[in-house]
Design a protein around this ligand. Structure first.
Ligand code: FES
Length: 157
């Protein structure tokens, strides 16, 4: 066998494995979850975040959230940007992406009211064993909001 055909056999094998994995994932996760996991929004860090937190979930995975807050004139302080990073599973990437989208444009008070069920409802649900991934994303958001409260000296809730 030539080197070239060995390479193409290997490529074919990798392609088949990838297709099998994607098919299995489609049976377990909703289309929205896969879309957010493969193309997450707001991944990264912010320079000088107004609030930041890194939380480790019961599974040992970590999620970090950075918030940029604009002080409100008259109204409440508003979240104008939000980024996340995780070393967790695909579901945690999807949950981090959804949380960052949900908080943008919200006041701190409104952001505190976001619960893991809001994340699940955007994703169309998660398997039982991945519910804690959405809880991790929301716990991290709350910790970042609390960090903002303590940095700004404002008690918002
Ligand atoms: Fe750890 Fe999903 S965040 S398994």
């Amino acid at each position: 066998m030539t080197e070239k055909s060995e390479t193409s056999d290997f490529d074919e094998l990798v392609k088949n494995i990838e297709e099998e994995i994607q098919e299995e994932a489609r049976e377990i996760y909703t289309e929205k979850t896969l879309e957010e996991a493969y193309n997450p929004k707001n991944v990264g860090e912010l320079e000088k975040p107004s609030g930041a937190a890194r939380v480790t979930g019961p599974c040992g995975d970590t999620l970090q959230i950075h918030l940029k807050v604009e002080e409100g004139v008259g109204g409440g302080d508003k979240i104008i940007d939000c980024k996340f990073i995780t070393d967790g599973c695909g579901a945690s990437i999807a949950c981090g992406s959804v949380v960052t989208e949900l908080v943008k444009g919200k006041t701190i008070e409104e952001a505190f009211r976001i619960g893991y069920k809001d994340v699940l409802s955007v994703l169309g649900g998660l398997p039982e064993e991945n519910i804690h991934c959405s809880v991790l994303a929301v716990d991290t958001l709350r910790a970042a909001l609390e960090d903002y409260e303590s940095k700004s000296g404002k008690r918002i809730r």
